[in-house]
Ligand binder design. Structure first.
Ligand code: SF4
Length: 362
């Protein structure tokens, strides 16, 4: 739902201005999934809009629900036929969080991440990014799921800062009171470390949370895990985080996936504390430890007792540390597991509708 596109379509078609407000109310507040549900619109207008300007730019291809019912993963088809994944999580009874994608695949190719194996196809548009949130709002309404969608994390497929302009525009839409009206403080963007964009993001979106996918705090160890480290080593990242803190004075989240025998030793914990101290005051840094979800051969999860020991070592040095809840493992919807196979993920030939842009959710 691109409001600017909708408004110009209505104007070009001689419709009164208040139609846009009626449609915005129905889509963003009532979460209708079809123009047919908007009783205030004349039937002929509903039909034309359904044909020419579908509410969603994405359509559901598949949906999986975890055994415990706390995670849902949707494979969404884009207008060009390509596929992305997006996840809805229920970390607590009242709270629903969606993890959304910013690109089809990812060029960063982190060694432990399934999305990295896909390679990179293209970045999403602002509309395709924001429509993942709209998709889940409709889904929650249609399926009577308890709770409301309060949090959005840009931690799905892709590196958000490699699609900076589209991500920035999607953030403006999500926080626009006339559209999604989401609280900026409940939105988080995660980067693998595109240093030049970090300070810019702080200046442009000081209320939105920043997470850095750190995973190792020594260059020699981080570069094989997160190849972007070669372009932006830890020294450059620490400088970018200092600039970010100066601009926002807001807490930064350091994400750290625990890989057995790779980054989980006491020495690795000490390096992490040193890195955090080089970025800014420790109360402004928060470490999220993530138990590794089997995604790529050659990597194994650190056993939980060792994760606890690692956590204790960080706590002792004054760092705030939490263990991230791992939801949706059984449907491959957890951190690092999002993947659409190459054979499925091809663009439709030009001019052939691929099914995307259909209204509604199933
Ligand atoms: S972890 Fe993030 S940045 Fe790295 S390959 Fe996966 S999607 Fe890309």
């Amino acid at each position: 739902m691109d409001v600017a596109k909708l408004e110009s379509w209505l104007e070009e078609n001689g419709e009164p201005k208040y139609r846009a407000a009626q449609i915005r109310q129905a889509v963003f507040k009532d979460h209708v999934s079809s123009y047919d549900e908007i009783a205030t619109l004349p039937p002929a207008l509903r039909q034309r809009l359904s044909r020419e300007l579908p509410i969603l730019s994405v359509s559901q291809d598949r949906l999986e629900i975890s055994r415990d019912g706390r995670a849902r993963k949707a494979v969404l088809r884009l207008a060009d036929g390509r596929l992305i994944e997006t996840v809805l999580l229920k970390p607590s009874p009242a709270r629903l969080t969606t993890c959304i994608s910013s690109q089809v695949g990812c060029a960063i190719r982190c060694s432990f991440c399934a999305t990295g194996l896909m390679g990179f196809a293209r970045s999403l548009s602002a509309e395709e990014i924001a429509d993942q949130v709209l998709f889940w709002r409709q889904h929650i309404g249609c399926h009577g799921i308890e709770g409301s969608l309060t949090n959005v994390v840009y931690m799905g497929m892709g590196e958000p800062f490699n699609a900076y302009d589209a991500v920035a525009e999607s953030l403006r839409r999500l926080t626009d009171q006339r559209q999604f009206a989401m609280a900026a403080r409940r939105i988080s963007v995660s980067t693998s470390g595109v240093a030049p964009k970090i300070a810019r993001f702080g200046r442009e979106f000081p209320q939105i949370n920043l997470a850095l996918s750190l995973h190792a705090a020594e260059d020699g160890l981080r570069a094989p895990l997160v190849p972007l480290n070669k372009a932006y080593p830890l020294k450059a990242l620490a400088q970018a985080l200092r600039d970010y803190l100066k601009a926002t004075n807001r807490k930064i989240f350091l994400e750290y996936v625990m890989l057995q025998g790779r980054n989980d030793s006491p020495q690795n914990a000490r390096a992490l504390v040193r890195f955090a101290k080089s970025c800014g005051p420790l109360p402004l840094l928060h470490v999220n430890l993530i138990a590794y979800n089997a995604a790529v051969p050659g990597h194994a999860a650190t056993p939980e007792p060792e994760i606890r020991r690692f956590q204790a070592a960080l706590l002792k040095e004054g760092l705030a540390v939490t263990l991230r809840q791992n939801l949706g493992r059984d449907i491959h919807g957890a951190c690092g597991q999002l993947l659409v196979s190459e054979s499925q993920n091809v663009a439709a030939p030009a001019g052939r509708g691929a099914g995307a842009g259909s209204e509604g959710v199933r």
